[in-house]
Design a protein around this ligand. Structure first.
Ligand code: IPE
Ligand code: IPE
Ligand code: MG
Length: 237
């Protein structure tokens, strides 16, 4: 799957990955958990390159959930510092891939300087059109649906709430639903990722810890997806 992959309908338009297993990757090597997070974030630059080459248009990654604040403060602060470091140092390389960086999630609880940096990264890459690289940080699917409902109420929306009206108030209303959701590290759950949007997503689970996820692992996930039949409640073709 390469070359004219963009024309191949069996390539997901939107690939989403739940970046799980950084802690276990570190533990297996006798390293602190934050070293696993560092290795996991480092992996993203290579993935952006590979995903672009496959002809995928939207690539979202779940990097920090609304529930991850319950982790020990040292891990949370360490993660925020790693986000700071990687945004500062990787924006140019990601831009050079033709990727537009977008963040998805709640702004509350986030360190203000990190929010400013996120805004800067979005501005810096806003004209790139090859790939949308979406980092879900402080994201929760339930929070997104609630935020959209509250935004509708605040707008004075009058009348039955439709799927379309709700969607227009999601964090990134223009982004299509994920076609394929990959989760690394062996857990078989969504953990509050793309809750509404995952209604008809295909799922792929692998035991590989995120920092070890490589080109072969990506190709295996995409090959599996290419063999799926998506029916959306209809009959097989
Ligand atoms: C995923 O790795 C990254 C975040 C959730 C921030 P984990 O930190 O969940 O790693 P494990 O699941 O403990 O191995
Ligand atoms: C899901 O992983 C969230 C992210 C990868 C950011 P977790 O490690 O937080 O999920 P659970 O706790 O195993 O469900
Ligand atoms: Mg985990």
């Amino acid at each position: 799957m390469s070359g004219n992959a963009a024309e191949n309908r069996r390539v997901p338009r939107h690939l989403a990955i739940i970046l799980d297993g950084n802690g276990r990757w570190a533990k297996r090597r006798g390293l602190p958990r934050l070293m696993g997070h560092r290795a996991g974030l480092r992996k993203l630059e290579e993935m952006v390159h590979l995903v672009k080459r496959e002809g995928i248009r939207y690539f979202s990654v779940y990097a920090f959930s609304t529930e991850n604040w319950t982790r020990p403060p040292m891990e949370v602060e360490g993660l925020m510092s790693l986000f700071r470091y990687y945004i500062r140092h990787k924006v140019e390389a990601i831009k050079a891939e033709g990727a537009r960086i977008r963040f998805c999630g709640r702004k509350d609880k986030m360190p203000p300087d990190l929010l400013e940096q996120m805004h800067w990264a979005e501005e810096r890459t806003k004209d790139e059109t090859t790939l949308d690289f979406i980092l879900c940080i402080n994201y929760g699917g339930r929070a997104e649906v609630l935020d959209a409902m509250n935004a509708l109420i605040k707008d004075g929306y009058d009348g039955p709430v439709t799927e379309e009206a709700l969607r227009q108030h999601f964090y990134l209303p223009d982004v299509p639903d994920p076609d394929l959701i990959v989760r690394t590290s062996g857990e078989l759950r969504l953990s509050n990722f793309w809750l509404w949007e995952a209604a008809y997503s295909e799922f792929y689970f692998t035991d590989i810890h995120w920092p070890d996820f490589d080109e072969a692992a990506l190709k295996a996930a995409l090959a599996d997806y290419a063999g799926r039949e998506r029916r959306y409640g209809g009959l097989s073709s």
